[in-house]
Design a protein around this ligand. Structure first.
Ligand code: CA
Length: 224
């Protein structure tokens, strides 16, 4: 993970950073509030570790501004202040966890790992919906208006690619690469063949077509 450590005490910052790097993380250090805000907004980090007392701009304000700027990375707030109201303040500002100084490094690493696991489990999509079509990726089931649609594995994968990019065109080349690993002659009609079978199954019974085709561009799933 890419982790931003906002901490003005150089020894603490180095100590935390060394440990995280040993665990294989990529660490950015910001010694002031404004630098933390700037890095948080521009560096695409996966996790924030923010000291509450930072020069220039305190950690709570940095976090509020990052949240206002749509930075969703989980945050751990570090503080010498352990009173309950201050913990609540930190959580209200958008912190996911709170650690009171002095803390044991093992404790910090455990919390970093817990937040990483939580973030990873939120990212795993298992259910997709586009208009009247629902897909359960784990059960390999597709339904249209609640009725099951039985698809072959490649047809399922083609539909999954379309449903993972709602409103966007997915090109024939992208489908060849992602569904067939590009092991086929680009002149092949395999995408068209599968698309036509997929459409026939989805639209069975004269239902309106849910897949839009634009020549030389690609395919797009309709959301309505
Ligand atoms: Ca400090």
């Amino acid at each position: 993970m890419r982790i931003l450590v906002a901490e003005d005490e150089a020894d603490t910052a180095r100590f935390v950073s060394d440990c995280l790097q040993e665990q294989g993380h990529d660490v950015l250090i910001a010694p002031t509030g404004p630098e933390a805000l700037h890095s948080g907004l521009t560096e695409n980090v996966d996790l924030l570790i923010l000291d509450r007392m930072l020069p220039g701009l305190d950690g709570l304000t940095v976090l509020r501004r990052l949240r206002a700027g749509d930075v969703k990375a989980p945050a751990i707030m570090l503080t010498a202040l352990g009173r309950i109201e201050q913990r609540i303040e930190g959580l209200d500002a958008g912190a996911d966890d709170y650690l009171v100084k002095p803390f044991a490094l093992g404790e910090l690493l455990a919390r970093v790992n817990a937040l990483a696991r939580r973030a990873a489990s939120v990212d795993v999509v298992t259910h997709l919906v586009a208009g009247s079509i629902e897909m359960d990726i784990l059960r390999r089931e597709v339904r249209r208006d609640g009725r099951p649609v039985l698809l072959q594995p490649r047809e399922f994968r083609v539909l999954e690619e379309l449903m993972r990019h709602p409103g966007e065109f997915v090109t024939r080349a992208m489908l060849l690469e992602r569904v067939w690993d590009f092991h086929f002659d680009p002149q092949t009609k395999i995408v068209e063949t599968h698309m036509s079978r997929l459409r026939a199954k989805l639209n069975d019974g004269g239902l309106p077509d849910v897949i839009e085709t634009v020549r030389a561009v690609g395919y797009r799933i309709r959301n309505g």
